[in-house]
Design a protein around this ligand. Sequence first.
Ligand code: GLT
Ligand code: MN
Ligand code: MN
Length: 388
Amino acid sequence: MSDYTPKPEHKFTFGLWTVGNVGRDPFGHPVRDPKSPAELVHLLAEVGAYGVNFHDNDLIPIDATPAEAEAIKREFRKALETTGLKVPMATTNLFSDPIFKDGAFTSNDPRVRAYALQKTMRAIDLGVEFGAQVYVFWGGREGTESDATKDPVTAIQRIREALNFLCEYVRDQKYDLKFALEAKPNEPRGDIYFATTGHMLAFIETLDHPEMVGVNPEVAHEHMAGLNFLHGVAQAWEAGKLFHIDLNDQYAGRYDQDFRFGSRDIKAAFFLVKFLEDVGYAGSRHFDAHAYRTEDYEGVKDFARGCMRTYLILKEKAAQWNADPEIRALLAEINADDGSLAPYLGPYTPQKAAALRDLPIDRQAIGRRGLLYERLDQLTIEILLGIR
Ligand code: GLT
Ligand code: MN
Ligand code: MN
């Protein structure tokens, strides 16, 4: 029996807003009493997490006095020191307060855009004060219910202007901080700009400092849109832009469920973990999820332990998959290449193009060949079901 105990090197992190979620939903009141940030740090230490992330207002309420803010920070810092938990990531709440009801950086009102920048600069200072090196931007309110209300090109330009401004701010302050943009197609807005990780990747290249900016893909946000999460993550990785990742689970086509990691689509979770481990992703494994509304705080701990345990079980399964002789033999066959086509493939040359035009290729024979993918996938399923 393997050891699935979370360790610091696994880089498992949770947001204050995840284990601190009190179970409010659009139809129901909170079901759990709120806990202070310091209490949540102790809860996370008890279950074995490495770090804790926060929005500015998860830590310090928006209307706290400077004295209250100092007291909260003192308590929080003490809890971090006692437990050894780190703060690898921070972010800004640009969605809860009524001022953001029509967006923050994309608002039509310049006063809202100014307030959003001011709030983010302060929140960046706060995150850096606690050691954050990644700063997430999730534009939950940056969207519309009706496209009569905002021009989408203007909205894109406003977000670009804000991110360029904030990159310069970080450079000016000499902070060691990178930005990670998180996409979501909808909810809480009818539609949110930059709906997927792919939209974000294209946009990043238009910024003044693209090297400072990457993505924070979230499982649920791509699954909501019916997309293959792994493919988006792989594209981000290949582009050198996978700065952070939000792990959870979600049925396609439903409300934002934020379920425990791996609780819905085990096969997708498996290939995701296998990818992150195979490529050597070194960032946080951040669980942006929360316990079912049916749970008390013991259930919240079960939820948090479950996220990490499932990740570690899948990591072990990935190693088993990679080492399985039958799977290796199938992969060798599937990827067989005797090198005879190498002169025709790869970078273009006019000679290569001319030779390729005349190359005889037996289309029908190739089309008739079975690819063994049923066998390979069934072996995968049998590993996941624990009988191999
Ligand atoms: C909010 C959202 C998450 C984002 C968080 C960061 S807040 O809970 O649903 O996906 O990552 O702002
Ligand atoms: Mn989410
Ligand atoms: Mn998220």
